[in-house]
Design a protein around this ligand. Structure first.
Ligand code: MN
Ligand code: MN
Length: 311
């Protein structure tokens, strides 16, 4: 059996990195030979968690077919979010919690896709079903991933499975107060001083094809929305140049206040009317729209946009 690589999406978040590490460990316990890799460097939040639990970031790859024939995907399935040469590879396993879109395989595969708040929650249950122990430091990372994806269990994507997994993993990892740790970790990811304009608008961005329109949607967490928009003109300039370079029609930046679960949406490009239709609100003169209670791109931003563009 030849080695397989396990990885999450481009612009990896804490779940993309951690789910690859956890699923690779799990598969190796089952007798596969796998290596967790990443499609980018860890962000500040992930670095904070890796340091806290004494683990190294996975190796970063640009292409995979030069190393292996087979891969395992976690935390994504859409080809444009995957490794550049995904079309040359056989996907043997998929563990995800996103919509399935544009994902075709030539061969049958192992796939576990559940509408949970985090892939690391799904993987926690896979470990439990097979009665395989999760090492304490890995459990700490998986706890961090769930806190990250669910914004400390406050996102509407949160399920009872995530709540149970957080309790279980905190115990295994020896984290006494996961809420206190969670706030520290989320705050570590909001240090804007350490981020370039490109990091802020595109660091966590994903591309969606909505009714023929190429929409780029970025998200940045903060503890103060004014911090993000202090340099709004620079952010818009960066968004325009990324649109020109990559052919996006529309660029949305969701700035999310992790303390009160409010977001401001900054909109650049066209058609803005579809965005207004999606959220039932007018854009302000500042190209922004306040979206109280909106924290989840996947559950609260992409679906209404999809309805507006394709409905
Ligand atoms: Mn992710
Ligand atoms: Mn995820």
């Amino acid at each position: 059996m030849s080695k397989e690589l396990v990885f999450g999406h481009q612009k990896p978040d804490t779940d993309a990195i951690t789910a690859a590490m956890a699923f690779s460990y799990f598969q190796n316990q089952l007798g596969y030979e796998t290596e967790a890799v990443a499609l980018g460097e860890p962000n500040d939040e992930t670095k904070f968690a890796l340091k806290k639990f004494g683990l190294e970031a996975p190796r970063v790859i640009k292409t995979a077919a030069n190393e292996v024939d087979k891969v395992m995907l976690v935390d994504h399935n859409e080809p444009q979010q995957s490794v550049a040469d995904i079309d040359k590879l056989t996907v043997t396993h998929l563990v995800d919690h996103h919509r399935i879109a544009g994902f075709d395989t030539a061969q049958p595969l192992w796939a576990t896709v559940r509408p949970y708040g985090c892939v690391s929650t799904i993987i926690t249950e896979l470990f439990q079903q097979k009665h395989i122990d999760i090492p304490a430091n890995l459990a700490g990372m998986m706890l961090s991933a769930i806190i990250s994806d669910t914004l400390l269990l406050k996102s509407p994507t949160t399920t009872d499975h995530d709540r149970e997994a957080v309790k279980y993993l905190a115990k295994v990892a020896g984290v006494e107060d996961y809420e206190k740790y969670g706030i520290e970790m989320l705050k570590a990811g909001t240090n804007l001083d350490a981020k370039s304009d490109a990091d802020i608008v595109d660091g966590d961005a994903k591309t969606f094809e909505l009714g023929g329109t190429k929409v780029r949607i970025g998200q940045v967490n903060t503890v103060d929305l004014d911090d993000v928009f202090a340099c709004q003109a620079d952010l818009e300039k960066e968004m325009h140049s990324l649109m020109d370079a990559n052919g996006y029609d529309l660029f949305l930046l969701i700035a999310t206040n992790i303390l009160n679960s409010d977001s401001d949406l900054l909109v650049v490009g066209e058609p803005t009317a579809k965005v207004e239709e999606a959220f039932g609100k007018k854009l302000g003169d500042n190209n922004r729209m306040n979206l109280p209670g909106v924290v989840s791109r996947k559950k609260q931003v992409v679906p209404p946009l999809t309805d507006a563009f394709e409905g």
